[in-house]
Design a protein. Structure first.
Length: 402
């Protein structure tokens, strides 16, 4: 029995060392991502128009501040005038007492000088706190943050309108964690800084209308060992903190707007990272045809980036596809020791699916992807599951345009 077990282990080890080993070759190549919306081909430029709605909030805040300031000054003047009248009356009474005292002294009558008067506390003027104003942006700054790939900035094309609304619902939230010496006071600032965006073309009308960052956003702040440390920091840094918060929030909003615009309308240069498979030497089998097909695949994919419709790569892709299909003619998935066994066949399916996606032949690509998924080969199945959503997205984009 022991001899039988030893023999089985030896046979398994021998099979593992002799079985075909798949080379996972990392592939990286460029391509132009097609947009999710198709614009009229005549639209080749766009202009950025900026609406500064936050300025209205600044004007409103200034008006309210001025009204409060005038009211505070008026109330102070009223209180001061009342206090001054009271002081004058007290002074008059005191002067009358001094006059009588002086008369008594002059007449040789013993007299006691009157005590100095006690005045009511004078009113204190408390200045109205200046409102926190929104930092103003220039149209040039906003336009510079927008870069719609595949289009030039200029008049006569699409119009991108960006309406910057005022920041609101700003509140600093305190969270106490830990106990004893481990106590921490953690702070974050919540806010809403919405931006309205519309994208219109002369031929197709409005193609996008969306409010960005309407939901609550959070900015993480420093943590402190004591609440009073935080308040001391805030005393010196409050104004700068809110300026930085607004600047960073706008920067994130513009970045998301730009990303959305490019996803919907832009032709964005991208980099695709995936695996292209080949086979290491096994027994006396000749895998030069696999190496040739792998090389042809690499050369074909290297041409994909050259144009939107990838036409420059089609001939090379067709050649690579033909080479892989020719190799598959020797496929024998039921014989693990055959030159093109189940493992080799399954990864070739993956290679073919990748090539056919960039050829725009999504039906054939899906066929080979399903063969990989159902091959029973773990590596191929994992690969197929990993790329499926990417292929589906590429199909949707391609079929919209071609």
């Amino acid at each position: 029995m022991k001899k039988l077990i030893t023999a089985c282990f030896y046979s398994a080890a021998l099979f593992i060392t002799q079985a075909q080993n798949i080379d996972d070759n990392n592939a990286s190549f460029g391509y132009i991502q097609l947009p999710m919306q198709k614009l009229n081909a005549a639209i080749t430029s766009y202009e950025v128009r900026v609406i500064h709605t936050y300025k209205t909030a600044n004007e409103d805040s200034s008006k309210v501040f001025q009204q409060r300031k005038e009211t505070a000054e008026k109330n102070y003047k009223t209180q001061y005038d009342l206090w001054l009248t009271q002081k004058k009356n007290i002074d008059k009474q005191y002067y009358a007492q001094l006059a009588q005292y002086e008369k008594n002294v002059n007449a040789g009558v013993a007299a006691t000088a009157p005590a100095a008067p006690l005045y009511p506390a004078s009113p204190l003027f408390v200045p109205v706190e200046q409102p926190r104003m929104h930092t103003e942006l220039t149209d040039t700054d906003v336009a510079a943050s927008m870069d719609l790939k595949g289009f030039t900035k200029g008049l006569g094309g699409a119009i991108l309108t960006i309406d910057i609304l005022p920041i609101r619902d700003v509140r600093i939230i305190e969270t106490k964690t830990g106990t004893g010496p481990s106590t921490k006071y953690e702070y974050k600032c919540q806010y809403v800084l919405p931006v309205d965006v519309s994208f219109d073309t002369p031929t197709d009308g409005n193609r996008l209308k969306k409010r960005f960052f309407e939901e609550l956003q959070y900015q993480t702040m420093k943590s402190y060992n004591s609440r009073w440390e935080y308040l001391a920091w805030l005393t010196d840094n409050e104004q700068q903190f809110y300026k930085d918060l607004e600047r960073d929030a706008r920067k994130r909003a513009f970045a998301e707007i730009n990303a959305t615009l490019n996803n919907e309308f832009g032709f964005v240069p991208m980099t695709r990272g995936t695996e292209i498979y080949s086979v290491k030497k096994y027994k006396d089998y000749d895998y030069s045809d696999v190496i040739t097909a792998y090389t042809a695949t690499s050369q074909a994919l290297a041409l994909v980036y050259k144009d939107k419709n990838r036409a420059a790569s089609f001939d090379k892709i067709d050649q690579a596809v033909l080479k892989w299909k020719t190799i598959l003619q020797d496929s024998n998935p039921t014989d693990e020791k055959s030159r093109i066994n189940d493992k080799v066949s399954a990864v070739i399916y993956c290679n073919l699916a990748e090539l056919l996606v960039w050829r725009g032949d999504f039906d054939q690509a899906e066929l080979y992807l399903n063969l990989a998924l159902n091959s029973g080969v773990l590596k191929a199945r994992n690969h197929a599951e990993r790329v499926a959503s990417f292929y589906a997205d590429q199909r949707k984009r391609w079929q919209l345009h071609y």
